[in-house]
Design a protein around this ligand. Structure first.
Ligand code: ADP
Length: 568
């Protein structure tokens, strides 16, 4: 009983100290040695030796302990097992059986015979260390002389070795878990890096995007804006972040629309359309707006936020409005002469017998005048639409502008003379530039015919064309409007000065707009398109148009185009 208690106490101490020491498999060798020493001491053995093959590092650990008795010291401790044999043995299935003393062939598996030969002639006991049901090592107990171990000693040895096996297995498991955790940690770090790289890339794209991108949470609170969004809205990102997306609109109807869009997107659907949005400073812009829900990949039913993408389409809308305005103006302008023609021809038809020859002639002349007006109008409209659609054929060759002016003046001179106007021309140079002679001729004709139209009987018109070299000193802005010294360079200027009715200051900025006509001058036939065409054509030559005028005194219309080196 005493012996039993002592063994139990030893076993207990061994288990506790092994569990405390065996933190990693690096301590396994100490534990093996400890187990051998405890067994030698408890069972009064001559010696004990052990080996263990840990598959983690495939390292063969060995340990030995000997009794201090003189008899035991004389015992030879066989050299430990070789690595290849240990490797072979560990392939054996669980061997919880004891191999008992005697001759090796009686007790041990064939794989072990070679190794057990070393113990031949000694009494020994083999206690297998098994890990996860497989043989991983062995403790060999050697008794002195022929002493046989009894059943209780066997049981004690078996318990101690299985406690050791258990402790090693737990340590290995622990290490395995540790490695797994480290691996997981590595994977998480790698994935985090990948996500960060992905995030950086997305961020770079969003920052460079021309469209304004605003992202909100489920409550519609803004949590991301890209730089284009701040440029478009005029708000800084600090002013936008944390703010409600719908509350960005100061205008009530725009705000209502934004709320409605938010409600729509909350149902999980996308919203696309054109909206008139407001900026921070109260100005408005047309935007093509797309608002899409953002879903949590785990829960695809309820959006967790939304992303709004806005493209500024103000110029596009302005062009559309100009086109609509143009079409409506064209229809209106065409209808006026057409209805006059319809009216007069109707009168001619119904009243022919009842009116005088003079009245008939008057109606016919009116019809002819309106037909001419229609013809002019259609010609101008076609010209403008060719310019707009880019179908205008533009020649690019050396042109002598002085010669063009001379020709146009001569062609329109009879018209001016019929009105009793003096028409003077000043061109003493050959002014060569690159351009389209027909278009430049048309521009000169437009300005000159306007001067004739809007100058009363007896007035005078002066046409001039010169190189703007400033050799005569600074030019008077009334004479050469919109030309300053800073423009000095290789330019050719052409002006038509008249002593006509002049134009009020309020009309000056509109004169070159399509269909613009000064109300008080609408008795004079015209389309309101001549100056618009002139401006377009001169712009295409790389130049610009200008005007100065004083009501009752007269007007100066001018254009400037670049001179080529061929004339300078
Ligand atoms: P229109 O066919 O009506 O002459 P334009 O585009 O050539 O069309 O001219 C636009 C308007 O500018 C004219 O209707 C007229 O009111 C004014 N205008 C043009 N040239 C002169 C000028 N030399 N003197 C006074 N008013 C002018």
């Amino acid at each position: 009983m005493m012996r039993r208690n002592r063994e139990l106490s030893l076993l207990n101490t061994f288990i506790i100290s092994t569990a405390a020491k065996l933190q990693t498999n690096r301590h396994a060798q100490d534990s093996l040695h400890h187990a051998c020493a405890v067994l030698v001491q408890a069972l009064d053995l001559a010696a004990a030796e052990s080996w263990l093959l840990l598959d983690v590092h495939n390292e063969l650990l060995q340990a030995a302990a000997t009794a201090s008795s003189a008899e035991a010291v004389s015992l030879s401790i066989p050299t430990a097992i070789t690595y290849p044999l240990a490797l072979r043995l560990t392939a054996l299935e669980s061997s919880s059986q004891w191999a008992y003393s005697g001759t090796p062939s009686d007790v041990a598996p064939v794989e072990a015979v070679e190794w057990l030969q070393r113990y031949h002639g000694q009494t020994y006991l083999l206690a297998p260390i098994t890990i996860k049901g497989k043989l991983a090592g062995m403790i060999t107990l050697l008794s002195s002389g022929n002493r046989q171990l009894d059943a209780q000693e066997h049981a004690f040895a078996q318990s101690l070795v299985s406690a050791l096996s258990q402790a090693i297995e737990t340590t290995l498991l622990h290490e395995q878990l540790q490695r797994h955790a480290e691996h997981l940690e590595e994977m998480v770090a790698m994935r985090t890096n990948e996500l960060q790289a992905e995030r950086d890339r997305t961020q770079a794209i969003l920052e460079a995007l021309g469209e304004a991108v605003i992202v909100t949470d489920a409550e519609c609170t803004i949590n991301y804006v890209n730089p284009s969004a701040t440029i478009l809205t005029g708000y800084s990102s600090g002013e936008l972040l944390g703010r409600c997306w719908c509350a960005m609109q100061q205008d009530e109807s725009a705000s209502l629309l934004y709320w409605a869009i938010r409600d729509h997107v909350r149902t999980g659907k996308m919203w696309r359309g054109e909206v008139l949005s407001g900026r921070r400073d109260g100005s408005t812009y047309d935007a093509a707006l797309t608002v899409a829900p953002i879903f949590d990949p785990q829960r695809t039913t309820t959006p967790i936020g939304m992303v709004s993408i806005q493209r500024d389409i103000t110029p596009l809308k302005a062009a559309e409005r100009t086109k609509d305005q143009f079409i409506s103006n064209v229809s209106h302008e065409l209808r006026t002469p057409l209805s006059i023609i319809a009216l007069h021809s109707g009168n001619l038809d119904t009243l022919y017998e009842r009116i005088t020859d003079e009245q008939r002639r008057h109606l016919i002349r009116e019809i002819r005048a309106q037909t001419h007006r229609l013809d002019d109008l259609i010609g101008d409209i076609l010209e403008l639409s060719r310019i707009d659609s880019g179908q205008l054929r533009v020649e690019d060759r050396p042109v002598n502008l002085a010669e063009i002016l001379r020709q146009e003046v001569e062609q329109l001179r009879p018209l001016a003379e019929r009105k009793g106007l003096q028409l003077a021309l000043r061109v003493n140079e050959s002014l060569i530039l690159r351009g389209d002679p027909a278009h430049l001729g048309q521009c000169v004709r437009n300005l000159l015919s306007n001067a004739i139209k809007y100058t009363p009987h007896g007035g005078h018109i002066h046409c001039e064309c010169r190189s703007m070299d400033m050799s005569d000193g600074p030019l008077n802005p009334q004479d050469w409007p919109d030309y300053s010294l800073t423009d000095a360079g290789s330019w050719v200027g052409l002006r038509v000065v008249d002593s006509g009715i002049g134009i009020g200051a309020e009309h000056m900025t509109h004169l070159f707009e399509r269909f613009y006509r000064v109300q008080s001058q609408t008795r004079v036939p015209g389309t309101g398109l001549g100056l618009a065409i002139t401006r377009e054509l001169i712009t295409r030559h790389g130049g610009w148009t200008a005007v100065s005028s004083e009501p009752g005194v007269g007007s100066t219309f001018a254009f400037y185009v670049p001179l080529t080196s061929e004339s300078s």
